[in-house]
Design a protein around this ligand. Structure first.
Ligand code: ADP
Ligand code: MG
Length: 719
């Protein structure tokens, strides 16, 4: 009989031991730690210090410097206990250097006061600041030494860990120490090739962890906190490598599936091209050719098309759709908002119906009999192209033969929604090809990290005939001038947008600042602001027809207002950020964005992309509420300086960091433990090279790396 296999004592096995196996960790403490994601020994190994305190030496009081933390030791000279607005304890400490420093406490217990008898020997650590009588240290950490206590000094710097709620710093430090004592030997722990580490002067994992937690006295701690220290680089590299490998693994898994090969005679593609009122740009042609090559293969495509606002992604998607339709298969096109989905519907109907292609519509508002009818058409295959919102991804929607799933502005959908659409393929046909489009380009390096499981194409050229948009930044105090500017533009037959954004600082408004569907209270506040602005502007511009669109309006009302603006009957459209994505009215040449300082660069860029779509010179006015913070000023300055979405994305990355830019939720890019993409981005080329090497020569190691760093999360994603 085969014996049950016992796992080899790998790091994964040792590291996966529960924290409950540490002495002193009961259910309650384990619970507190788990809330912070600290569940296994390994989690503690990777809970790295924020900074360090040097208690390895004692500094003479006379050489203390304001603002520089240090350890001193002396005898209590005087104690003053008082009450000035609040309790106060001051202890004067003097040493052989004949200088005095004052320790000051605002909260303390009676027992503490008793400890500070005159003459007692005290060693303390803290940051001195200038006080009334020379330097003082507020709430130092301290220890009263017995006369026979030599007061041994530490051999390494003391780590200060990121706080864990409900767990005291001393407890946390002790637990991490215990966990480190159980670090396996190097031969068991190490997964990276020794030669590779040696070449780069990087330490082993064991050494790196011990150095990070217990740095020897001479360690360059500044290099440790800014990521330059080899110990830290070593940890970061391994983590980035594990993430990259995990994405690569998902991609390899995807490639094992089959998909319909969509290489046809292209009759529909040619007919569509012939009928378009424009010629494709070079970039559109190139990207379509990339897609065409992907689709011709019997493995599922997974391609991201990045293209700035207005670069013409929709027509590329339509061309790809024709390849599927020609093979008798179906295409789904999902957009994150109803407004955008509707616009796609109109575009596609305009282009495809003359070719005899049936385009169906499925959104949340399609209900009852109409919905049943659409579902039947989708199930029978009568609907060849199905355009819609999240509604497309619902379980009740089943296709006869879905060959291509297109998702627009995918960053607004969750990864799981994209997967839900993908899973609507039919068993016999394998998986549908996936085409993902976004107008929020992310920097190339970041794309490689975040989307190692995707192929990326860029439509990096705008159709001809666009005039650059002039960007103006002004204070809201000059609002009256803007009203005149709108009056003038509309008198010339142009149209304008006035975008109202939230001014509340609530969490709710943060969430809905991105205008996504389902934003609750934020939408309401935004809608109220838009309504008020609509009324004020209507009164100030009586000769104009003013329209209003916001997220709380009924879909039919919204659509009517948009249609009237598109037809040119409405001169000024007051809107919330619902118009951010995709709205296309070439005659609109002026956009005013209120509270622009509150919006992220990507969002401002999206909004600005609504103008400059026609031949007329266009302007985008970024109106801010003074005073401007330094960061906001920099953001607005960036908007004025460039209209290149990729440059803006790089800047956004610098200003906000990758977490916010990508939104871990949207990309499926898990949060990093030690890496910081903004700081460590230069390591990515090395990571990629090493990933290639490992996958080729030691795939088993690659597996273990992913397990070590991502473990359960990756298994979940692969499911
Ligand atoms: P986005 O990439 O922002 O989704 P769209 O697909 O909405 O851009 O295209 C923006 C506008 O440009 C649409 O009106 C579209 O018909 C038009 N367009 C697309 N490609 C071209 C082209 N090659 N030449 C001229 N106009 C184009
Ligand atoms: Mg678009």
């Amino acid at each position: 009989m085969p014996r049950p296999r016992t796992p080899a004592p790998t790091l994964t096995a040792a590291g996966e031991a529960s924290l409950a196996t540490l002495p002193g960790v009961g259910a309650k403490l384990a619970g507190k730690l788990a809330e912070r994601g600290l569940v296994t020994l390994q989690d503690l190994w990777l809970h790295l210090p924020l900074r360090y305190e040097d208690r390895t030496r004692v500094v003479p009081v006379a050489s203390l410097q304001p603002g520089v933390p240090a350890q001193v030791e002396g005898r209590v000279e005087a104690v003053e206990r008082g009450f000035r607005y609040r309790p106060l304890l001051r202890v004067a400490l003097a040493d052989d250097s004949h200088a005095t420093v004052v320790l000051r406490f605002f909260h303390f217990r009676a027992a503490q006061v008793a400890q500070f008898a005159v003459g007692a020997r005290v060693r303390c650590y803290g940051t001195p600041k200038p006080g009334q009588h020379g330097l003082e240290i507020v709430h130092p950490s301290y220890r009263v030494l017995d006369d026979d206590d030599g007061g041994d000094l530490g051999q390494s710097l003391d780590p200060v860990y990121p706080a864990v709620e409900g767990v005291g710093p001393a407890t946390l430090r002790k637990l991490i120490g215990l966990a480190l004592d159980r670090l396996p030997q190097e031969s068991v722990l190490e997964l990276l090739p020794a030669s590779w580490l040696a070449q780069r002067g990087l330490p082993s994992l064991r050494t790196a962890l011990l150095t990070a937690h217990r740095p020897p006295v001479a360690t360059d701690v500044a290099a440790m906190s800014d990521g330059r220290h080899p110990a830290l680089q070593r940890l970061v590299l391994e983590e980035l490598l594990a993430h990259h490998l995990s994405l690569r693994r998902q991609r390899i898994a995807l490639q094992r599936h089959r998909a319909m090969a969509l290489g046809g005679k292209d009759a529909l593609v040619r007919r569509l091209l012939k009928q378009l009122p424009f010629r494709l740009t070079g970039a559109q042609q190139r990207v379509f050719e990339q897609i065409r090559a992907d689709l011709a293969r019997p493995q599922p495509m997974l391609r991201l098309v990045q293209g700035d606002v207005g670069s013409g992604k929709t027509v590329v998607a339509a061309l790809a759709a024709m390849l599927a339709v020609e093979q008798g298969a179906q295409v789904a096109l999902a957009a994150p908002t109803e407004l955008l989905a509707e616009q796609h519907l109109n575009n596609l109907r305009g282009w495809l119906e003359p070719l005899g292609v049936r385009v169906a519509w499925l959104a949340g508002k399609v209900t009852g009999k109409a919905r049943a009818q659409v579902l039947a058409q989708v199930a029978s295959g009568e609907a060849q192209v199905v355009v819609g919102t999240h509604a497309l991804m619902q379980e009740s929607v089943s296709f006869r033969r879905l060959a291509l799933a297109i998702v627009d502005e995918q960053h607004r959908f969750g990864v799981h929604q994209r997967l839900a659409l993908r899973d609507k393929g039919q068993a016999g046909d394998g998986m549908p090809h996936q085409l993902v489009m976004t107008a929020t380009p992310i920097p190339r390096t970041l794309a490689m990290a975040a989307y190692a499981d995707l192929d990326v194409s860029a439509i990096d050229e705008l159709p001809p005939g666009r005039t650059p948009v002039q960007t103006i930044v002004i204070s809201s105090e000059r609002r009256a001038e803007l009203v005149e500017r709108i009056r003038a533009a509309c008198a010339e037959g142009r149209q304008a947008y006035w975008v109202c954004t939230l001014i509340e600082d609530s969490e709710e408004s943060e969430k809905s600042g991105h205008g996504g569907p389902g934003a609750g209270a934020g939408n309401r506040v935004e809608a109220t602001a838009a309504q008020a602005t609509f009324e004020a502007l209507s009164a100030q511009l009586p000769e104009l027809r003013v329209g209003l669109v916001h997220g709380r309006m009924k879909a039919a009302e919204k659509q009517q207002a948009m249609a009237a603006f598109k037809r040119g009957e409405v001169g000024l459209l007051v809107a919330t950020t619902v118009i951010e994505v995709g709205v296309d009215v070439p005659n609109a040449s002026l956009m005013i964005i209120e509270n622009a300082e509150r919006l992220g660069l990507a969002q401002l860029h999206q909004l600005r992309g609504r103008v400059g779509r026609g031949a007329a010179a266009s302007a985008c006015v970024l109106m801010y509420q003074p005073p401007l913070s330094a960061l906001a000023r920099q953001r607005l300055q960036t908007m004025r300086e460039t209209s290149d979405g990729f440059v803006i994305a790089e800047k956004d990355l610098q200003l906000r960091g990758p977490g916010e830019l990508l939104g871990t939720r949207q990309t499926g890019l898990a949060a990093f433990r030690v890496a910081d993409l903004a700081r460590d981005i230069d390591l990515l080329p090395q990571v990629h090279a090493l990933a290639e090497e490992l996958l080729e020569h030691s795939p088993a190691l690659a597996e273990r790396l992913v397990d070590r760093w991502i473990g359960g999360a990756a298994r979940y994603a692969a499911a």
